[in-house]
Design a protein around this ligand. Structure first.
Ligand code: UGA
Length: 337
């Protein structure tokens, strides 16, 4: 099988590429602007890498969509601070650039595996989010945070429609707060410059206080990337075609904790790394107003738990890595490498 991965150097792309090369015999064709997370893949005979930009190198993309069996467009901006600070950039990359790729897959009749997001459920009041039953609840237009969610939601609807009316072979997957090695750069000091886990690790290492937005009582279900990659390998394999024309939440409903608890766990665990123990012991948790931290265009999600019965039933998948184990593995990656 020939697999095209757009954005192979990203968090999901880099972890997935490594797993494909070690666990399967599939061939990868990959594009990204950077390659720092791909050192274990670049020399591999089944990894064909092109250094390029999906918004510029369209001839390469189109030729490779033609050539491959499965297309995974993983290029997107996925940091909430950017949704508020640069919403048009999010729209142009996450929506417009990806729409072209989706249309090319329709034209070439190629299988599309597309990343939707837990963010599409927005502020849905359901205690557990179901792919086929839950309503997708966004705030008003001036709450610009929702441009990412609505861009992704419209692409979900476009892909669904192409599937229903034009025979596009697709699977949509919705990651719920995946974390692990190669997430974001912990040395990015900008508040909100990375997702919460890497943000907090960076804060602790730099001796900064941790900022708990609106007190940190909001919860997320965190899942280790290895469980996410396991689900993706099953989707790509598509045994008995059970992944076709479906949307899957891919998350860990049992590891649902508050952001405050996440901060406390990280401080505690980092105390066991001699180089950083002192910094961790000094870290203070400070409550900060969301408007002050992100700006007035931000609005938060208080509870986000995935229903995963469909993924369990149709993919034979279940998340296995406990949060404590996953966080310790992630810290080993960031603090020992
Ligand atoms: C994320 C991002 O939108 C995407 O990465 C992705 O599509 C999706 O959710 C997902 O991974 O499922 P969110 O969970 O809100 O959204 O993003 P984080 O930046 O990781 O923030 C999590 C929570 O921590 C938010 O409530 C945020 O306000 C809080 N936070 C973040 C803090 O309290 N302090 C910080 O310094 C940073």
């Amino acid at each position: 099988m020939n697999i095209l991965i757009l954005g192979a150097n990203g968090f999901i792309g880099s972890n997935l590429s490594e797993a494909i090369l070690t666990k399967t015999s599939w061939q990868i064709h990959a594009i990204d602007m950077a390659q720092d997370k791909l050192s274990s893949c670049l020399e591999h005979e089944r990894f064909n890498f092109f250094s390029g930009d999906i918004t510029v190198d369209k001839d390469w993309i189109n030729a490779h969509i033609k050539k491959c069996d499965v297309v995974l467009p993983l290029v997107a901006i996925a940091t909430p601070a950017t949704y508020v600070q640069n919403p048009l950039k999010v729209f142009e990359l996450d929506f417009e650039a990806n729409l072209e790729i989706i249309r090319q897959c329709v034209k070439e009749k190629k299988r599309l595996i597309f990343p939707s997001t837990s963010e599409v459920y927005g502020m849905c009041p359901d205690p557990i989010f179901d792919e086929e039953e839950s309503n997708l609840v966004m705030g008003p237009v001036h709450k610009e945070r929702w441009i990412y969610s609505t861009s992704k939601q419209l692409l979900d609807r476009v892909i669904y429609a192409y599937g229903k009316h034009h025979e596009l072979d697709y699977t949509l997957f919705r990651p719920f707060n995946w974390y692990g090695p190669k997430l974001d750069n912990i040395f990015n000091p900008k508040p909100g410059g990375s997702r919460v886990l890497t943000q907090f690790i960076g804060n602790i290492l730099r001796g900064e206080d941790i900022m708990l937005v609106d007190g940190g009582e909001q919860k997320r279900s965190f899942m280790h990337i290895d469980d996410g990659v396991d689900a993706l390998l099953r989707i790509i394999e598509n045994k008995d075609k059970t992944a076709a024309s479906r949307i899957f939440n891919i998350g860990n409903p049992t590891e649902n904790i508050s952001i405050r608890t996440l901060a406390e766990m990280l401080v505690e665990y980092i105390k066991s790394y001699p180089t950083y123990a002192e910094a961790a012991a000094k870290t203070k948790l400070i409550d900060v107003d969301a408007k002050q931290y992100y700006g007035s265009g931000y609005q938060d999600v208080s509870l986000r738990v995935p229903a995963i019965e469909r993924a369990e039933k149709y993919l034979g998948w279940t998340p296995k890595i406990k949060l404590e184990e996953g966080l310790r593995k992630t810290l080993d990656y960031y603090l020992q490498s």
